[in-house]
Structure formats: C-alpha cells, structure tokens
Design a protein around this ligand. Sequence first.
Ligand code: FRU
Length: 306
Amino acid sequence: MTSPAQLPLIVSAGEALTDLVTAGENRWVAHPGGAGWNVARACTRLGIPSAFAGAVGQDNFGDDLAAASEAAGLDLRFLQRVPAPTLLAVVYRLTPPAYRFLGENSADLQFDPGRLPEDWLGAVRWLHVGGISLSRWPLADTLLGVTQAAKAAGVRVSFDPNARITHRHPDYPAVFRRVAGLSDLMKLSDEDLAFFFPGRSEEDALRELRGMNARCPIVITRGAQGATLYQPAGRADLPTAPVTVADTVGAGDALCAGLLVSAIERPEALWTDHLRMGLRAAAAACARPGAYAPTRADLEAVPLPG
Ligand SMILES: OC[C@H]1O[C@](O)(CO)[C@@H](O)[C@@H]1O
C-alpha cells in the first residue's frame, strides 16, 4: 500500500510501448518508451513522485515495461496489464527520427480509468496527456474523459500532441481542440505545427491555438534551434543546450518532464525558467540512445542554455 506522502503529484496518461530502434548491421535495440510513459519516468527520476496511467500487454514487452516502471519508481497501481499485445514502435534513426507503429488491437487501447485507484486524483497537481493515443480509438475518448475529470477536480492539464502518425482519424482534430481547450500548458514541436496546420505560418497556427485557449503558455520546440515560449504577454526564444547527440528520441518527452517538475518545485518562477529546465532535460535525453530519462546529475552536466 502506497503511503500518502508517495501519492503521485504528476500522472501522465497515454502510451507505453517498446521502441525498436534501428542500430545498423542488422541490429535493433529494444528500449522502453511511449510519450506518456517517458514523461512519467522522467518526472520521477527528476524527483517528483509520478505515475503512468495506461495499459500494456501480459507479454514479454509488457513484463519489460512493468519492470522498467518499477525500477524507475513509478506508482505501479496506474499501470494496467491486459490480454492483448503490447504496442510496438519501429524507430528509424533519421533526423528527425521516423516512427511506424505496430498497434492493431493492442493493449494500450484497452486502458480503463474505472480500474484506477479510487483516490487516484488525491494528490495530483498535473495531468499530462497526449501522444499517438489521442489519435487512436477508443483510447482517445477515454483520455478525453480522464482529462475532463482531472480538470473538474482542479488538476492542471499539460498537453503534448506528439503527432507521430501517418493517417488521421476523422475525429482527431476535434479531440485535439477539446484537449487544447482544457490545457494549462501546451507543448508542440515544429513537426506538430506542420501536421496540424499544414501550409500555415506559425503566426496563423498560434492565432488558431489562441482561439482554442486564450491564456495558456504554449511552447514550440525546434530541435537544435531551441524553443519558443508564447504567452499572452509576448514571446521568448530560448536556445538549446549544446550536447553531442546520440539520437533525439524522447527529447520532447524529457522537455515536458523538465517543465512540469520545475513548475511544481518553483511555483513562483517564470515559465521561461521552467522552459530552461525543460531544455536541459531534452539535451540530456539527446546525449543517450533511445528515450532516455535524465536524472538531476545528468541535468547538472548539461551547460545552461540561454
Ligand atoms: O509515443 C510515440 C513515440 O514517441 C516517443 O515517445 C518519443 O517521443 C517514443 O518513445 C514513441 O515511440
């Protein structure tokens, strides 16, 4: 039984999966991953008790993800095991990486919020949501319901669409709008902007996002070029931290974790300060292969951006 002091302050909902990362010479390396899972693990490793809410299979991939969750210190009551195959991703090490998902009738789709601990919202300060899960049915509707419930309970919502998909479900844009409307923090990559607002300028895309949510801080990430923070009061461009990149898998997830951890630890600080921590976390994640979840020590080894 988890003691109240250890109840998660951050719950990240979405996909946990195994990333099969190409390694050359006919080799593949399996890494635990999935946007939602990566964020939960990174938050925990950075010192904030967190949980991943989602489902994996009762197969070897699911066993590995459960073991990695336990090793990272995640609250395991939120990880569901169901009799369906664990979602897999083939990750092509390109710049940026390309993803193909093996997810027909996979376990993640069966996530059931009814099986979460009764008091799951007890201590939660932030719900992080997003990933390819919001483009997959019935999971997208399930996650929208979880987001609405969290919001109604006074929990803040962080949203990273992480749209690594090649086809669009007809209801995806509507879910995007509704989650965006509930958000207290949004992070989109420049690839997400191109996906959701094809052929539009960043200014136009921002105007549309502001139409969905007038006030929330919006972070746009630009890979090696750093990130921009948009707030109603103006914009701030921050550079990335210089590191030798192994691959960029999970960099955005680490950035979200850095933002959330900083927001919880220093509620009085500015979003630009939170973004600085996010950028350091992203740089530390890039220095290792796969979706690496950095520790405090990793962050301290990264030079301060900006
Ligand atoms: O979740 C979709 C994909 O995105 C990542 O989280 C990286 O951001 C991978 O680990 C996963 O395959």
